[in-house]
Design a protein around this ligand. Structure first.
Ligand code: ADP
Ligand code: ASP
Ligand code: MG
Length: 486
């Protein structure tokens, strides 16, 4: 046995039913033959949405939401248990644990409906249930294959701050806890199966890392354990040149840099949680994105330098359900502190600013946030600018929810003139109106704002404009593990 340690994360579709969980177990078993492996698991697909939906209904006073939820959870999870675990004792134990967790969430929903109050802390407890169930299922499937495996709650490993709904890890404490809990298991040849998405404060209150946060859990643990590599198993071949649901001819990228992957994730490539690369970039731990439904394919490798291509542009991404807010008026010219006031107001509404654009004349400041945060932000802006609006120094605060952000991403765009120009003229030729533009000083991306209804077309035309559907080099094709090795 070598010192190799892999952290393998399985997303919702990769554990979506009993057959998928069996496939995940086989992948882990193969890895365990070569070294240590830690599994990180998402909830079965659809479960987290259902949990949150039931929590919200309960908050509205729906006394039955918890019961309906419990029924569907039972159906989905017991079906998988039937398929995966055949030993009577093991099956009995797993069924009992599953039932207990389902009863717990039913109780939480019941309490919420009686109080008609859903605190962020209770919402986190309810939404964490999917991972708590699936980790036990996968551990059961591994035991069935004759491997030692133990489901471990990430509340014992990942120490976070207290920001419910999008908690941040405290890495030093996490390192300590993860090592002392998982090393002994690894040393005895067991596979820890850790719940993704969740953590706990230093005093033990459960938190969650944000939707899609199991990717982040995997790299947090990868860094905490000094893993050799992190593999994120999902339902596509890797990171593609565009979302394959929008661009069917999108290609799998063979190797990209941490910066490119972070930029892609930030600008809407759902395949990775936006914070995924943060914990591992400094330690240069490679991250792979691979297809659990086609494990023979190599996938995308994310490394320090990536694989530079001459053409610069690597991928096109898009973010929808965002809102453009403009603070404007002639009085803004020379009015000190407008930008500071604007962004303080957004911060006070807990809104994450995705893109900022200001005309050089200074008549307008516009920025984009998630639509869910728009109403709160506008309220804070109106309070902050109450005086200026009354004196007409600020003439308007306008809101446009009917937009999206499209981003052209690549490492080598720096120093390559004309990418912004090509982007604008490609869209101009198709009569796609550009509402605002922004280019980060890093030059990893050019992002622009277009009407929401033009999202698909804009991404498709830009994908074509930069020739991304064609193979950039032999490295960019979808190769099998065998063909790469040879
Ligand atoms: P998981 O459940 O495994 O975490 P997700 O649904 O969160 O999987 O992410 C995978 C999905 O991300 C893919 O099915 C694909 O539709 C979408 N996606 C969006 N942009 C990209 C991209 N550039 N490359 C790959 N997948 C993408
Ligand atoms: N189950 C969580 C979600 O759906 C976390 C994840 O799947 O990454 O958001
Ligand atoms: Mg995901």
């Amino acid at each position: 046995m070598t010192n190799k340690l892999q952290v393998m994360k399985f997303g919702g579709t990769s554990v979506g039913n009993g057959e998928c969980i069996a496939r995940a177990a086989e992948i882990l078993a193969a890895s365990a033959r070569e070294g240590g492996v830690v599994a990180v698991v998402s909830a079965m697909s659809g479960v987290t949405n259902r949990l949150i939906d039931a929590a919200r209904k309960s908050e509205q006073g729906d006394a039955n939401a918890g019961n309906e939820l419990a029924d569907t959870l039972r159906q989905q999870h017991f079906q998988a248990i039937e398929l995966l675990v055949h030993d009577d004792d093991a099956r009995g134990r797993l069924a009992q644990q599953t039932e207990q967790i389902i009863e717990e969430v039913r109780g939480l929903c019941r309490g919420t409906s009686l109080l008609r109050e859903l605190t962020p802390r209770t919402l986190d407890s309810i939404s964490s249930v999917g991972e708590r169930l699936s980790a036990r299922l996968l551990a059961g499937a591994l035991s069935e294959l004759g491997l030692k495996a133990e489901a471990v709650e990430a509340t014992e490993l990942i120490v976070t701050d207290g920001t419910h709904g999008h908690a941040e890890p405290l890495m030093l404490a996490t390192r300590e806890r993860a090592s002392s809990r998982l090393r002994p298991l690894l040393n005895e040849g067991a596979i820890p199966v850790v719940t993704g998405f969740i953590g706990a404060t230093a005093t033990g209150t459960l938190t969650t890392l944000g939707r899609g946060g199991s990717d982040y859990s995997a790299t947090i643990l990868g860094a905490a354990l000094d893993a050799t590599e992190v593999i994120i198993w999902t339902d596509v071949d890797g990171v593609l040149t565009a979302d394959p649901r929008l661009v069917p001819e999108a290609r799998t990228l063979r190797e990209i840099s941490y910066n490119e992957a972070a930029e892609l994730a930030y600008f809407g490539a759902k395949v990775l949680h936006p914070k995924t690369l943060r914990p591992v970039a400094e330690a240069r731990i490679p991250v792979w994105i691979r297809n659990s439904f086609a494990p023979e394919r190599v996938g995308t490798k994310i490394t320090e330098l990536g694989h530079p291509t001459a053409r610069g542009v690597k991928a096109i991404t898009a973010i929808s359900e965002v809102t453009l807010i403009t603070v404007g008026g002639r009085g803004i010219v020379g009015l000190p502190g407008v930008a500071a006031k604007t962004f303080t107001a957004a911060a006070n509404a807990n809104a994450n600013v995705l893109l900022i654009s200001q005309s050089s004349s200074g008549n307008d400041i516009c920025f984009i946030i998630n639509s869910a945060d728009a109403a709160g932000t506008v309220e804070k802006l109106r309070q902050a600018f109450a005086q200026d609006l009354a004196h007409q120094q600020v003439e308007h605060i306008t809101v446009n929810p009917d937009i999206c952000i499209v981003a052209v991403v690549g490492d080598r765009m720096k120093g390559l003139p004309g990418i912004a120009g090509r982007t604008f003229s490609a869209l101009g030729r198709r009569n796609i109106n550009i509402i605002a533009i922004a280019q980060g000083s890093s030059e990893y991306n050019v992002s622009l704002v277009v009407e929401a209804g033009m999202l698909g077309e804009a991404v498709q035309w830009l994908h074509r404009e930069f020739g991304l559907e064609r193979r950039a080099s032999r490295f960019e094709s979808v190769e099998t593990a065998e063909s790469v090795a040879s």
